[in-house]
Write a protein that binds this ligand. Structure first.
Ligand SMILES: [Zn+2]
Length: 186
């Protein structure tokens, strides 16, 4: 197994981000890893057989993936994250905008600002930052690359599992665009 794959396995598949996970992975009794390593970095260096410079370099290479992983990973979407390169390829195709109404991430942040720091009208934190979401084009299929797109919280919430992709594009996406323009031009 090459270095990148091994790192991916430890960091993302096994999710070794604390000493107790190292104990589990090594089949050690609880507390052994903490005794043996001053930091988790030491464990990674040891396991991958590399020095700290190399580990830092590796971490840098995974930086963008890592950011997106913490933003979007959940068990249901696991398949999307199986291979960082494929995931990034898919992500880069999304152009940082809603697949339906085209609103960009930066325009969504602009709306958040105009609403005094919250996208939501009732101050609930879910969706408050206006982050683009991963949405399934066809709700009865899973999260595959061909069935997943980035979309804005407005389209995602309203389309839900009630309106088909085709109908959403046809009837509602244009209206959504008008709505956003009216907010942004205010
Ligand atoms: Zn949208």
């Amino acid at each position: 197994m090459n270095l990148k794959n091994k790192y991916f396995e430890l960091c993302y598949t096994m999710r070794i981000h604390e000493f107790s996970k190292v104990d589990q992975y090594k089949n050690w009794t609880y507390g052994q890893a903490r005794k043996r390593y001053k930091s988790l970095n030491e464990f990674y260096q040891d396991e991958l057989n590399i020095n700290s410079d190399k580990l830092n370099k590796l971490r840098k290479e995974f930086k963008i993936f890592d950011k997106l992983y913490s933003k979007y990973f959940n068990e249901e979407r696991k398949g999307l994250f199986d291979n960082p390169e494929n995931f990034l390829k898919w992500y880069n195709k999304q152009k940082d905008s809603c697949n339906y109404c085209d609103i960009t991430q930066s325009a969504l942040h602009e709306i958040v600002k105009k609403r005094n720091g919250n996208l939501t009208l009732n101050q609930k934190t879910k969706r408050s930052k206006g982050t683009l979401e991963i949405e399934k084009l066809n709700p009865s299929e899973g999260y595959t690359y061909s069935n997943s797109v980035l979309c804005c919280p407005f389209c995602n919430n309203a389309k839900s599992n009630l309106i088909s992709e085709e109908d959403w594009r046809r009837f509602f996406a244009p209206v959504m665009k008008n709505y956003f323009n009216s907010i942004l031009l205010k």
